[in-house]
Design a protein around this ligand. Sequence first.
Ligand code: CO
Length: 488
Amino acid sequence: MNTLEKLYQHLEKVYHFQSIVSLLSWDQETNMPENAFEQRSQQMGLMASLVHRNKTSELKKILQDVNLQELKDKDFLIVKRVKEDFEKWSKIPEKLAVKLTELTSQAQYHWDKAKKNNDFQLFAPYLEDLVKLKIEEANYLGYEACPYDALLDDYEKGLKSKDFENIIQPVVKEFYQKRTQEIDIQNPFKRNIPVNEQLSFANQFIKDLGFDFSRGRQDLSSHPFSNAISIHDVRITTRILENDLQYMLYSTIHETGHALYELGLNTELLGTPYSETCSLTIHESQSRFWENNIGRSLAFCKFLAKKLQEYLPKYFNDVNPEELFAVLNEVKPNFVRTESDEVSYHLHIALRFELEKALINQEIKVQDLPSLWNEKMQNYLGLVPTSDSLGVLQDVHWAAGLFGYFPTYSLGSFYAAQIYQHLKSIYPQFDNNIEKGEFDFVHKWLKENIFSKGRMFNSNEILQQATGSNLKNHIFSDYILTKIKFTS
Ligand code: CO
């Protein structure tokens, strides 16, 4: 076996270890009995140490025999990326990697309890410890302007706070306090539909969107997520309110977008950048694309109306696509990010970005969070959450140690708008096909132009190759202003 084959074999082994970690984490969020959480966090910690060693000291032994300059094309790009990864992973001590894994596993359990009991103090001590560890991590990784930048890099390589501010601030300014006219129709999604009927509808519906149940599944959890356990095992979750189908449906479509990306990746050279997702920005561009650009279009509402009548005839014999469209595109501030319209959503992201940046840069303390959250909600959205569960406790991200993730939701949405605009320009029949539920041409284009690129290029290079240009900020605004009529 030559040195390159040895390297690929090693990376595939690490990939399998990571699959086991993902499965443990999926189980914790869906099925695990409550009292198992302490041992689960120890199991996760043990796996983290195994993964860390194999990504650092064990990898080093193999990498030192591979000569990058002798490689060509695909192999060159893969090994170049792997060397960069190795440099980054090696900066983090194994002890810290293990502590972070154990703590995030526990913190998620306590966050869930705190959210259910509307008691921030149940979660605060874990969040304090997590912030300390994340600052430690940032210090090991190194940074120029501020520690938070070191963490942003995990989700969008090379992104700095300043870059993100320059992208998000014009959007915030343009859409600040924008509203659409109040709709005076009965919201067609608000009917009482039992959990099991909603879930079976969701499963039929995402199959129509292209989700392959022979390579994935959907379950319930407190916060919807998608978890790619392996290339042929991609799991998503949702949550259900009996009196509001939209609450379940649009998070399900979002997670399906993530799953379609994972299921469309290259299936060779597992564990290498050839078969990996590019970045969280590209990931969120896929989920937001299906949730919003496709999911909130009139063409899609026509398709959705047909499916509601077909799968849930008891509840939707009278549904009208124009009414679905109106409700889905009403711009009106909401306490909850995941239930927000496409416009005020980005004000939610700006709020989280400012708070987590200040936390990691040690400008504010965990104990300041609930009141700062409410203050910023008032500023940005003109609303004060009625409880911490609907405020500072609503998202799982900080409990999961994901500081620096939120910006990718906005970036992903802006990428998605550009992808959508491009697709509509090259397929004149776009809306016609969507209305009929013909999504294959979209899947095929995404696979060829995005999924198959793996992590061989960065986000912007992929966008550039796919749409012919770098991220253009005006495309998102144009897209919104074409579809939505504001009153103020
Ligand atoms: Co997402």
